[in-house]
Write a protein that binds this ligand. Structure first.
Ligand code: CP
Length: 310
């Protein structure tokens, strides 16, 4: 595997995805035993976040530290972006300080790709607008594989604001390549115009999809990416598409429920489901560290990784 950047899940081959999941699994004992690996020793990674984040930024930071790297968290609210400095000038100035890798989150789709073409550094996409969130797609696949044993042949139902969701897009690319069958569901205004062009089935109603689902992934309504609210109200959304206990009862015994976070309790998922026995939401968060370690080590120190354990 020769990963220079990680810009999208669409760009990854099946073999690359499987390899990253395998590497992530090998980091599990390191994280569980509270140990460290030295694969990023002497390297500095900059978390360049132009949008808020809890899980992604923190798990990248923990992954970098677990690999013995140094991390610098750049926050737009306290930076010269507030004085009008552009994305490219910001990135070029950070490049001039000689870090080894940029992790970029930005509200504009394509920003990490633009930076990858402009600065001479590896770039990892930590979420760009409604385009992609590749590490989320990978950590969700890892979690499904961990809980259900395999992904090929599984039925995954993604419900919510598919049209504005970078998480949905990255998951669809990863899960389709690994042989899952994916269906998307939501109100017509929150589905992309041609869902089938993404290689998925779709339904406007959730109930018919639930009995065959092995995995249900509930997504937040991305109000920040909608010009105006595209559903009548959040309570109506919850009534027709929210994953509540009654709907969870329609699932197979072994089916699991995912959510990338942040959760809006009582809207797309109800507390008794989010905190219930089928929920693997916090496992997703833990697994996010393993995936980020796998991606960082593969990009920043592939030779060391080969000698390390894999
Ligand atoms: N899943 C996810 O991207 O969460 P954050 O926005 O908190 O990083």
């Amino acid at each position: 595997m020769n990963l220079k950047h990680l810009l999208s899940a669409k760009d990854l081959s099946k073999v690359e995805i499987e390899t990253l999941l395998l590497i992530a699994r090998q980091f599990k004992p390191v994280v569980e035993k509270g140990e460290m690996a030295t694969l990023l020793q002497g390297q500095t990674v900059v978390n360049l976040f132009f949008e808020n984040s809890t899980r992604t930024r923190t798990s990248f930071e923990i992954a970098i530290r677990k690999l013995s790297g140094s991390v610098l968290n750049f926050s737009t609210s306290t930076s010269s972006v507030q004085k009008g400095e552009s994305l490219i000038d910001t990135a070029k100035n950070i490049e001039a300080m000689r870090p080894h890798c940029l992790v970029v989150r930005h509200p504009s789709a394509g920003s990490p790709g633009f930076l990858a073409r402009t600065v001479n550094l590896p770039v990892i996409n930590a979420g760009d607008g409604f385009h992609e969130h590749p590490t989320q797609g990978l950590l969700d696949a890892y979690t499904i594989q961990e809980k259900l044993g395999k992904i090929a042949g599984k039925r995954v139902v993604i419900v919510g604001d598919i049209a504005h969701s970078r998480v949905a897009r990255s998951n669809i690319y990863v899960l389709n390549k690994l042989g899952a069958s994916v269906a998307v569901c939501g109100p017509p205004t929150l589905l992309p115009p041609e869902p089938k062009s993404l290689g998925v089935d779709f339904s406007y109603r959730i109930e018919p999809l639930l009995k065959d689902a092995d995995v249900v992934m509930a997504l937040r309504i991305q109000l920040e990416r909608q010009n105006k609210m595209q559903i009548p109200s959040l309570s109506e959304y919850s009534r027709f598409w929210g994953i509540n206990l009654e709907r969870a009862k329609l699932l197979k015994k072994e089916a699991i429920i995912l959510h990338p976070g942040p959760i809006n309790r009582g809207v797309e998922i109800h507390s008794e489901v989010a905190d219930g026995p089928r929920s693997v939401i916090l496992d997703q968060v833990t697994n996010g560290i393993l995936i980020k370690m796998a991606v960082l080590a593969s990009i920043c120190n592939p030779k060391g990784l080969k000698q390390w354990n894999c």
